[in-house]
Design a protein around this ligand. Structure first.
Ligand code: SF4
Ligand SMILES: [Zn+2]
Ligand SMILES: [Zn+2]
Length: 316
């Protein structure tokens, strides 16, 4: 089968657009979607060459953040309005994270992005391998992991005086989150989702002491991100984490992919409608957190932040 845009052999079929694409046109279409997302969300804002913004990219060593880092470096590497930096976090997962950290370092070097590395061990005296062995709160490993990782990303973003914290979430990730919020009927969470990444920067609530976040890959399906990484030969580690056990998300993912298979374009239509709903939910939101944790000083709505709470439970 030939590409619908040229005579080269097609490497991908986009069922939702009805197009067959060759490697060059698939890659170009992924880059174009990232660039238009940056424009639509107005991520560059008032950035000037003599007062550049710092964009901190979460590099996990996986394909999503590799594609994000590579496209941002290609698009903005020579743009004096933006300085790109990377952050990689070691959660203390033997085997898995050592290799993915190698991939993150290789990507950062290839894309010429200075990389900061932090670990759960040095920051919280915690390793995820130990948490799953002895879990005081009897909750999924990912629940601890997410809290500690977000705290470290926020620390590094704050100390680097970053203007934006960017992550490699793709269309499938965002659609799963949207469906989870809808299925749980969690309207407040929809508003937070809007403020965290869905709305253009100038429509979101004042983030208070938090660094604003952005997900420029959120229009690109996971399969196309994976193909882009492979076609571009990007260093990426693709093994799944041994502690991954987000069962509700897994169920939603299965459902979403099944419906997408039978009705191509479903992910896009869910996100288009959900974004409008989330915008409405966000009109009614409460003000952003402006307080700080009494123990560690990180932004928090309570006296003690969740990271400190979990760290205390683990060391008890
Ligand atoms: S799958 Fe869960 S435990 Fe593993 S790195 Fe991701 S959040 Fe952490
Ligand atoms: Zn082509
Ligand atoms: Zn704290």
């Amino acid at each position: 089968m030939d590409c619908d845009r040229c005579s080269s052999a097609a490497v991908a079929y986009q069922a939702y657009s009805g197009q067959h694409l060759c490697d060059e046109h698939l890659s170009r279409s992924v880059r174009d979607r990232v660039r238009s997302r940056i424009r639509e969300d107005d991520l560059l804002g008032e950035a000037e060459a003599d007062d550049p913004q710092t964009w901190l990219i979460g590099l996990s060593g996986g394909k999503d953040s590799a594609v994000l880092g590579a496209i941002l470096a290609e698009t903005l590497g020579a743009d004096r309005r933006v300085e790109l930096r990377g952050i990689a976090v070691h959660e203390g997962i033997d085997g898995y994270r050592d290799e993915s950290l190698e991939a993150a370092r290789a990507l950062a070097e290839q894309a010429d992005i200075p990389l900061t590395e932090r670990s759960f061990a040095e920051t919280f005296d915690v390793r995820m391998d130990d948490v799953v062995e002895d879990d005081p709160k009897q909750m999924a490993a990912c629940a601890y992991c997410g809290v500690f990782r977000r705290a470290i990303l926020a620390d590094v973003a704050e100390s680097a005086d970053a203007d934006l914290l960017l992550t490699g979430h793709n269309l499938d990730d965002e659609c799963e989150t949207a469906l989870m919020n809808l299925f749980e009927g969690d309207v407040d969470q929809m508003a937070r989702h809007f403020d965290a990444s869905l709305g253009p920067l100038d429509e979101r609530a004042d983030p208070g002491p938090h660094v604003p976040r952005a997900k420029p890959l959120r229009d690109v399906p996971e399969k196309e991100v994976a193909l882009y990484a492979r076609l571009d030969g990007l260093p990426a580690h693709i093994t799944e984490c041994p502690h991954a056990a987000e069962s509700f998300r897994g169920e939603i993912q299965e459902l979403m992919l099944d419906v997408e298979d039978r009705h191509p374009g479903t992910r896009h239509s869910v996100m288009a409608g959900y974004e409008r709903l989330a915008r409405l939910a966000a009109i009614d939101r409460e003000a952003a957190t402006t307080g700080r944790c009494e123990d560690c000083g990180r932004p928090s709505g309570n006296d003690r932040c969740r990271a400190c709470e979990l760290q205390a439970a683990l060391s008890a």
